[in-house]
Structure formats: C-alpha cells, structure tokens
Design a protein around this ligand. Structure first.
Ligand code: FES
Ligand SMILES: [Fe+2]
Length: 381
C-alpha cells in the first residue's frame, strides 16, 4: 500500500451530519461535514489519550472527541480542551493529521500523504460527467481482494473471454486471441491501452439493442496513479460505457471500490438500476476469480509469475509501483503489524512538512532501496 495518492473515502450521499469512521491503508480516519457542509478528513485517533473521534459528534466546524470532549477542526487544530476551562490557551501540539479533501463526481476523495500540492498525482477526470448525452450511476462495494490484484485485473485484456460471458465466448471461440494493444495517454502516472475484441449479442432484450449488429468491439483501460482506473467499452458506434473506478485498500487484503459508470445510451433514470445490477454481476464474476488467487497480494518479483505479451499493461503498472516505492511511499506493513496493539500511527499529512512536534508517530515506510532508485532512473531514460 502506498501513501501519497487520492483515495475515495465515502460517497457524498452517505455523509450526513454525523462523523463516520473509514478504514484506509490499514488505518482509521474520521470524515465529517463542517458547518459549511465541506467534507473534512482527519486521522481518527485523538491525541489526548487515544479516543476514536468518529465515535463523537460534529460541533459547528469541529468534530468532538467522545472521551473528554476535545474539539478538532478540518485542519486538525484543537479549539477546545474542556478540562482546561473556558478561554484556556490551546497548546499547538494539540492537533491531529488533516488531509486535503476534494469532493468530485459524487465521491469524497482524500489525499493520504504529505506531498506538496504541485507534486501530487492528479485526480482522474470524468470529461462526460456534466454532458447531457451521458448518464452517471454509482456502485460501491468492499471485497476481500488485494487492491493491486484488483487494479491489475482491470488492466488485463485476456481475462474477459474467460471470466465474463457477456464480453467473450467463454473460451469456445477457436479463433480467439488477444489483439495487438494500442497504447494511449501515459502522462507519467500509468499505462493506458485499447484493444479490439469480439463478443456475442446480449441475451437481455434491452442490452441486445446496444450490442446488436457487430461482434467486433473495442475496449480500453488505464490507470492514473496507484488506484484510479478507467475502462471504456465501445459496443457499437455511439454506444459506450465509460467506467471510472477509485479503489482504496482498506488493508493489504481488502479493497473498497467506487465505480462511477457513464453511459451514452439508455439515458433514462429508470435504467440506472438495471445498469448497476449488470455492473455488479460483472464485478461478481471478477470477484469469484480474484478471491481465490495465490498469493493474495502480487508477488515480490515478476519472476514468480509467467507473463505473456497480453500482460504488458500489468507489467507497466508494476513498473510505476516500483517507481513510487523508490520514492519511499510504500507502507512497511510488516512493521505496522508487529506494533498493531501497541502503537497508533498516522499517515503523514502535508502539515508535517512545516510543523514539528506531532504526538503520533508517522506510519513506518519501507526504506528506499538506493539500487532500485538507480535502476528506475536509468529505465526512465
Ligand atoms: S481521548 Fe479524546 S478528548 Fe480525551
Ligand atoms: Fe473483469
């Protein structure tokens, strides 16, 4: 798991006037709306004596700890320590990590890391979102899958024929092969590609209209950063699904997936449920395979798997992972696990770059391997 990316926290519609606890990167966070309705994300551990902020309540612009009533604002600053009495001066160390938040496309996203704004991976854009020719719908689900395995599945053109009966001939097409990949849009944050494929017309009477005439279609996928994935499926001219997924590791072996599906056909609201249930059915087909993979996480070296040309997008994604690891962004999960019952860690927030004296330890990160750094730099040349 990597710090320094934008992670999905909660659907906008699910964040009301109560604070909520959300587990991301193996740590707990509190998300709440301040008095102005702006979503705020803080480390969940109260620095007084370890209370769970999410168990408290919203008080104006602050979240109030349920244990002794300390109040923290969206920047993580404490404004009230009731035991000191009214008008008491609040010490500057009374603060928790606060993370940059953006609410986009119906999802609250938090940047979990300490990178300055100019160096951050961009939030994936949905250019069609406000276009009346497209209609969005959402599904959100948690599954016991390592998030890298999940993203790699989205970058895998060879699984569709076998895993998704609606996307191929279930291995019964003797002419089947993965066609050449057409590479697109790598802007320094991940690979992207398109490939042509064949699939049968849909058996569903509504979707059959979308997948009529031709059996030659095109699909593409790509990543932006560690956990943002897009997939475009072009069924027929003018009929497409553009899917945007934000994936958040709950921990090493569980992922929380937010899918925003844009469709250029069946624009009626009544079709949302049908489209969502079709997407859920397709997700279940992936989940069926992905929950049984061994090992659950990606192996430490690619030599422990036997890659083919169709796996090239996955290899490219792994190269990016290595680059980010060489920047020191990978969490040392073994060290965190060793201290799980004894130490409360915080994912470092941008505030740690300027202020000293934080109460909680920053989460342990994998030491940067100098050799790997050199190798990554020369590969980039
Ligand atoms: S533990 Fe939060 S106020 Fe005491
Ligand atoms: Fe799939």
């Amino acid at each position: 798991m990597l710090i320094n990316f934008w992670y999905p926290v909660i659907l906008s519609t699910e964040l009301g006037d109560q604070p909520k606890k959300v587990r991301m990167l193996g740590q707990d966070f509190v998300v709440f709306r301040d008095a102005g309705g702006k979503a705020q994300v803080l480390s969940n551990t109260c620095v007084h004596r370890g209370g769970s902020l999410a168990g408290g309540k919203v008080a104006g612009d602050n979240v109030q700890c349920p244990y002794h009533g300390w109040e923290f604002d969206g920047k993580g600053r404490c404004h009230r320590i009731p035991s000191l009495g009214k008008d008491a001066k609040i010490p500057s160390r009374a603060r928790v990590d606060a993370y940059p938040v953006e609410e986009r496309y119906g999802i609250v996203l938090a940047f979990l890391g300490d990178l300055p704004e100019a160096e951050r991976c961009p939030i994936m854009e949905i250019p069609e979102f406000d276009d009346p020719g497209w209609r969005p719908s959402w599904i959100n689900y948690q599954v016991p899958i390592n998030y890298e395995r999940s993203i790699e599945n989205g970058l895998d053109p060879a699984h569709n024929e076998f895993v998704h009966p609606s996307h191929g001939f279930s291995g019964e097409d003797s002419e089947y092969k993965v066609n050449d990949l057409r590479w697109v849009g790598d802007h320094g944050w991940g690979p992207g590609f398109f490939s042509k494929f064949k699939s049968p017309p849909s058996k569903d009477k509504d979707f059959a209209k979308m997948k009529q005439a031709t059996d030659s279609r095109e699909a593409g996928s790509g990543t932006i950063g560690a956990n943002q994935l897009w997939t475009y499926i072009r069924f027929a001219p003018g009929k497409a699904m553009h899917q945007y997924m934000w994936e958040c590791p709950i921990d090493e072996y569980n992922v929380n997936i937010y899918l925003v599906n844009l469709r250029s056909t069946f624009l009626e609201e009544e079709m949302d449920e049908k489209v969502n249930s079709m997407n859920w059915m397709i997700a279940e087909q992936d989940i069926h395979v992905l929950t049984k993979m061994h090992p659950m996480a990606t192996p430490e070296t690619n030599t422990k798997e036997y890659m083919m040309p169709a796996d090239e997008p996955i290899l490219r994604y792994r190269e990016y992972q290595k680059q980010w690891e060489a920047k020191g962004w990978r969490i040392d999960v073994d060290e965190v696990e060793r201290n799980r019952r004894k130490v409360a860690y915080a994912i470092p927030s941008p505030g740690r770059r300027t202020a000293k004296g934080w109460v909680l330890d920053s989460i342990p990160l994998k030491p940067v391997d100098q050799a790997a750094q050199v190798a990554v730099k020369s590969a980039a040349r």
